[in-house]
Every structure is written in C-alpha cells, then in structure tokens.
Design a protein around this ligand. Structure first.
Ligand SMILES: Nc1ncnc2c1ncn2[C@@H]1O[C@H](COP(=O)(O)OP(=O)(O)OP(=O)(O)O)[C@@H](O)[C@H]1O
Ligand SMILES: [Mg+2]
Length: 238
C-alpha cells in the first residue's frame, strides 16, 4: 500500500470526529471516499496533508513512513498534494502565476523542469492554457477548479488528494475534470477522491469507502458499491 491509514481517530478539542478508521490506497489506484455532510471526509484528508487544525491519533503511513511523525510543512515535499474543498486559487494572480506557486516546495527544480510541468498541466487542461495571463479570479468555476488541480500537479505528487472537485460544476465540466483525473492517474499518480456525489465518485474510482458518522460503513469495488442496495438508497437516491 502506498497510503495506509490504521485506526485513525481525529477531532477538534474535546470532540472526536473520526472514530478509528482504516483505509488504504495502492500506487496507481483511484480510490474514492464518499459520505454525507459532516461525516468527516475533509477532516480525514486534512489529516494526511496536515493542512488544517484538529488532532489525529493512530497511524498514517505513506510509503511506509509515518506522516503523523513528520513536521506538517514537510508532507508536500514527500509527494502528497491536496486540492482543498472550495477553490483556493489566488484570484488576483494570473493563471500562470497560480501554477508557478504550486511548485514552491520543489526547491531543486530548475526553470526548465517547472516549464515542463506547466506544459503537462496545459495538455491536461487546454482551457487553462488559453488563459495563462488572465487573473484567475475571472475564470469560470470549472476553470478555477482546473487551475487548483493544475497547481497541485506542479508539486509532481505521487499521491493526489482531492476534496469535492466537482462540487457546483455543470455535468459537462465534471466530465472534463474526471477525464483529467483518469489521465493524471494513467501517468502514475494515485488519487484519493472525496465526493458527496457518490455516483460520480464511484464511476471514476476502482475502489471506494463509505464514511458515515466518523466510521467506515462500507468498502469495496466501486462497481459493487454502485449496485449495493444500501448505498443506492442512502447515497445515490435510487
Ligand atoms: N476547524 C474545526 N473546528 C471544529 N470543528 C470542526 C472543524 N472542522 C470541521 N469540524 C467539524 O467536524 C465535523 C466533520 O467535518 P468535515 O468537514 O470533516 O466533514 P465533511 O465530511 O468533509 O463534510 P462536507 O461533505 O460538508 O464537506 C463537522 O461536524 C464539522 O463541524
Ligand atoms: Mg468536506
């Protein structure tokens, strides 16, 4: 397993949100984590990247290394990028500047390597490439999400954490984003995808976990979960 979470408990102050969850992501895999509002999905992702408050107990292993033992600022440099919930782009900076900001932790990367990464983002998201000198805040919601994902890729991560990348996007744009995720994955990046929209998440991932009330309620092949009666009635509204 590339990422292995064992018996993770997490919370804020006296409140425990995650009650001992275990999950794993293999290299080259897309795994989704679905579940209702306030289940603790974002809390879980922020535990891996440590981009947030809250306490975490248990084990989070990345390529065998204990992440909870690492300083938070070192996690990105280990090859883990996190696209946060909402679109955290820098609205006044141009698209190109936003992308370049994503390479901040690649201290040893030279200009040519950074340019090559930008080319890769542009080949995934041609629409982003057409708007490199536009202020990112003036892009459509879907384009902003593409910039946010592109910026995460500038780290050259081996594991990409995505928190509701399709939230609020039109179905056609969601398809574009998901096609890009599949292309990113084919290039060898493992993906842990959080979505409230279970149908979407299950259609793009190979395996999935259902998080409910801070516990893993179900796990399995995404195809099987798509046809699971409980999942269908609770999360797919079918
Ligand atoms: N910084 C914080 N301080 C205190 N409580 C928090 C904090 N962040 C999240 N919580 C609480 O933790 C619980 C889980 O929140 P979390 O954002 O992880 O859920 P989620 O599954 O991502 O929900 P959503 O689908 O709405 O994004 C919620 O009850 C939330 O209010
Ligand atoms: Mg969330």
């Amino acid at each position: 397993m590339m990422l292995e979470i064992r018996d993770l408990r997490a919370g804020y102050g006296p409140v425990e949100i995650l009650h001992g969850i275990s999950l794993g992501v293999n290299s080259h895999e897309i795994v989704s984590l679905i579940g209702p509002n306030t289940a603790g999905k974002s809390t879980l992702l922020r535990g891996i990247s440590r981009l947030g408050e809250g306490w975490y107990r248990g084990d989070i292993l990345f390529e065998g290394r204990s992440l909870l033992a690492e300083a938070a600022h070192r996690i990105a440099g280990l090859g883990i990028a996190h696209v946060l919930e909402g679109r955290h782009i820098f609205p006044r900076l141009t698209v190109a500047e936003n992308l370049r900001m994503g390479a901040w932790s690649r201290r040893r990367a030279d200009a040519a390597q950074i340019d090559e990464s930008i080319e890769r983002v542009v080949s995934l998201f041609p629409r982003v490439g057409e708007r490199m000198s536009q202020a990112a805040g003036t892009l459509s919601g879907g384009e902003q999400q593409m910039v946010a994902i592109g910026r995460a890729l500038m780290l050259r991560p081996r594991l990409l954490l995505l928190d509701e990348p399709s939230h609020g996007l039109a179905p056609k744009v969601v398809e574009e984003v998901h096609a890009a995720l599949e292309a990113i994955n084919r290039e060898g990046v493992a993906i842990l995808l959080v979505e409230q929209n279970a149908q979407l998440a299950l259609s793009v991932s190979s395996r999935a976990y259902v998080l409910s009330g801070g516990e893993i309620a179900k796990e399995g092949a995404s195809d099987a979960l798509l046809h699971d009666d409980e999942v269908r009635s609770a999360y797919l509204g079918i």
